[in-house]
Design a protein around this ligand. Structure first.
Ligand code: GLN
Length: 475
């Protein structure tokens, strides 16, 4: 039921063949029956039902907003006033938001219904959702496997039909990678397309709010509502927001698409994913698009650049969790110093501590130039080289992930192995450009495969158009 396109859904709501209340009731029942997946940290049942009643009345009166009836879940990094917010961390135990994130505010203004808060990796650091203080999230297709991360709860929530759409965050792939593992769409827009006000900060120069949906068109409606200028975020773009839902209906193409030679030949990529990419390349060519293999010589530097800069920014952003201002404070303290130390040692999980240590190291006086400054320079190069590709091509096609969903525990003791899950997704964040993961079949075990399309700055409309082309190709 969550795959229904928004306008079809609203058609039924307007004709009274369906009500928001009935939908919310059904979603709540599904959440209950799929509790074992551990996708939700809080379910706002009564509140969602109450809102559904109000919106049903508005629909009858023809005064309902653009997203009337859409049921949305929020990754536990998005502020929603008077609701708990923890970034799946013990350090935010008991913390309640005092304001609402701009993106969420805009959803509410257009009469979307918020159904709950979704599990994720602690502070959005991870690729498997195993780093949550609330336990791992399970992939619905095979519950011995991870759903991807860090927005794993949100991806599973959409996949498992417990909401229509979910908002996640994507700093290095955290929307696209779990979308690929769960067989749904996941969009990371251009950096600054959506206000970050009310998004828990991880790596601020990378952080983007992203959207999960089973339905591509619904995703366009949501982006249209939440994107755009915001007085609360000085880094947000003032570029006008295009009519994405209209753009996706326009005839588009033929396109010029580049694919990464390396992805097609790399042994690190699962053979079935290589095959899926190859098939799409051939189908696109057959359909009249120009599809060419290219090399990206800087590709081996993307992942290290990301992990140096993202950890540096994280170490700074997370310094605010000191036991004084937010959530948890260790009860075992004797003085101020020990309060800081114990609170942070007890409140942060292992991976978050590792990132803070790594980030503090690369920012330390003796290593700053060797790591941080150098990584900043490499980031500029990567961005320039990426822009160069877009002077010749409309999109870059690649796998979203090197493998399909792996078994729980596979990489949890080897952080570098885990970081490799982000091989293809971090590029868009390092370059600041938009990218989408499109479901493209399954491997021999029936696990979803996702292919990724990346576009130049602010060409989300193009991404939607080419995703639709891919969706309509045979197979
Ligand atoms: N897996 C990456 C990381 O751990 C990306 C996370 C994200 O996009 N939030 O940093």
């Amino acid at each position: 039921m969550s795959g229904t396109e928004l306008t079809d859904l609203q058609h039924q709501l307007h004709h009274g063949t369906l009500t928001c209340v009935a939908r919310v009731e059904q979603f709540l029942a599904t959440i209950e029956s799929k509790k074992h997946l551990n996708a939700y940290l809080s379910v706002y049942g009564n509140e969602a039902l109450e809102r559904a009643r109000v919106i049903d009345t508005k629909i009858k009166a023809r005064t309902a907003g653009k997203l009337a009836g859409l049921v949305v879940g929020l990754k536990d990094v998005l502020a929603y006033q008077n609701h708990p917010l923890q970034a799946s961390s013990k350090i935010l135990d008991g913390f309640v938001s005092e304001f609402t994130a701009t993106a969420v505010e805009r959803l509410l203004k257009e009469d979307a219904i918020i159904i709950g808060r979704q599990n994720c990796d602690e502070f959005a650091m991870g690729s498997s959702n195993e780093n949550s203080a609330f336990g791992a999230v399970l992939n619905e297709i095979d519950t011995t496997r991870v759903p991807g991360g860090s927005s794993g709860g949100s991806a599973v929530a959409v996949m498992a039909d417990t909401c229509d759409v979910a908002l996640g965050s994507d700093t290095g792939g955290s929307v696209r990678q779990p979308a690929a593992f769960c067989g749904i769409y996941g969009l990371k827009p251009t950096y600054s397309r959506i206000s970050r006000y009310g998004l828990v900060a991880y790596g601020s120069s990378f952080d983007c709010i992203g959207i999960f949906s089973k339905n591509l068109k619904t995703l366009t409606h949501v982006l249209e509502v939440i994107a755009g200028a915001d007085e609360f975020d000085s880094t947000v773009s003032h570029q006008p927001v295009p009519a994405y839902a209209q753009a996706i209906e326009q005839p588009a193409g033929p396109f010029k698409i580049a694919y990464l030679n390396e992805a097609l030949h790399s042994q690190a990529v699962q053979p079935e994913i290589r095959q899926a990419l190859k098939t799409k390349v051939e189908q696109l060519q057959h359909a009249g698009h120009t599809v060419t293999g290219i090399d990206f010589p800087l590709s081996e530097y993307i992942l290290p650049t990301y992990y140096i800069l993202a950890t540096a920014e994280a170490s700074s952003n997370l310094s605010r969790y000191d036991g004084v201002r937010y959530g948890y404070r260790s009860p075992h303290t004797t003085d101020l110093q020990s309060m800081y130390k114990k609170t942070r040692s007890e409140g942060f999980g292992k991976e978050v501590q590792r990132r803070i240590l790594l980030g503090t190291f690369v920012l330390s006086a003796s290593y700053y130039d060797a790591y941080y400054t150098k990584a900043q320079k490499v980031r500029q190069l990567i961005r320039q080289q990426t822009q160069k590709i877009f002077s010749h091509y409309d999109f870059i096609l690649s796998p979203t992930t090197p493998t399909t969903a792996f078994k729980i525990g596979t990489h949890s003791n080897n952080p570098v192995e885990m970081y490799l899950a982000d091989l293809f997704s971090v590029h868009a964040n390092v370059a600041g450009v938009p990218a989408i993961s499109v479901p493209c079949g399954t491997d021999a075990q029936g696990l979803p495969i996702g292919l990724q399309l990346t576009a130049n700055d602010f060409n989300e409309a193009g991404l939607f158009q080419v995703s639709k082309v891919i969706q309509n190709l045979a197979g």
